[in-house]
Design a protein around this ligand. Structure first.
Ligand code: Z5A
Length: 217
């Protein structure tokens, strides 16, 4: 079991609330890394391996009457992450690839701690003992909650279990992300996600290029 959280220079995560535009930002990140000649593994959380994707289904399935306890939700997020780190992320980093993850542990701090009200120290303990790794760069797509929800309104016939939460939950999540970004400015870059998609992609690419050029290869 790992006891320290080590930042990896080939590991990039993308975070943000609903409708922030992570899909096109991910494509822009992948394209820049490919253009620089790197192998790129694009993955996501919860999920990223067959077993972790099954845990994702459990997590996101609309309630069938039995409410998922916040602690259960947190532990399932970390069960999925434990599998993802061991089966996909660490092997890819070991062979020198870049890993780009659509969400990682910062989402657990934002959704399960800030959003659900669980103790941040519990998330930190799980991060230390179960995960042990964090991205070298985290791009936070920051967007007004209502604007994000307006973008995704009507997209799904049935919103998933977390999408069905109220605006005040998503406001706490947004604040949780912004607090983390303010506390770790060396790791986070905050991107204004209210801009048109091409401008968001350009801002993401610029932040990534600056980070790549600044770090030792
Ligand atoms: N979760 C958690 O609670 N704890 C954890 O530890 C982890 C996750 C890891 C699933 O994640 C849920 O799991 C998520 C957090 C929780 N729940 N929520 N809510 P997900 O990443 O799969 O789900 P998501 O964040 O809800 O995805 P999303 O809503 O699809 O967001 P997105 O990927 O950022 O959005 P998009 O697909 O790129 O764009 C959405 C729409 O907006 C689409 O129609 C676009 O055309 C439009 N769009 C995108 N960008 C723009 C701009 N710039 N202008 C206008 N319209 C735009």
């Amino acid at each position: 079991m790992t006891e320290a959280v080590v930042s990896h220079p080939h590991f990039v995560s993308l975070e943000g609330g609903e409708g922030a535009g992570k899909t096109s930002a991910l494509a822009a990140i992948r394209d820049l890394l490919h253009a620089r000649g790197h192998e790129v593994v694009v993955t996501r959380e919860p999920g990223g391996t067959p077993l972790a994707e099954r845990i994702r289904e459990l997590l996101l399935a609309p309630s069938d009457g039995e409410k998922l306890a916040p602690e259960t939700e947190l532990l399932l997020m970390f069960a999925s992450r434990a599998q993802h780190v061991r089966e996909v992320i660490r092997p890819a980093l070991r062979r020198g690839a870049f890993v780009v993850s659509d969400r990682f542990t910062d989402s657990s701090y934002a959704y399960q701690a800030a959003g659900r009200g669980l103790d941040e120290a519990l998330v930190a303990e799980l991060e230390r003992r179960v995960v042990g790794i964090q991205p070298g760069l985290t791009l936070l797509l920051d967007l007004d909650v209502r604007e994000g929800r307006a973008r995704t309104a009507g997209r799904d016939l049935w919103p998933d279990r977390i999408e069905s939460e109220q605006d005040d939950f998503f406001e706490r999540v947004r604040e949780g992300f912004r607090r983390r970004a303010a506390a770790e400015p060396q790791r986070f870059r905050v991107i204004d996600a209210s801009q048109p998609p091409a401008e968001v992609a350009a801002a993401v690419t610029k932040a990534l290029a600056q980070w790549l050029d600044a770090k030792p290869q």
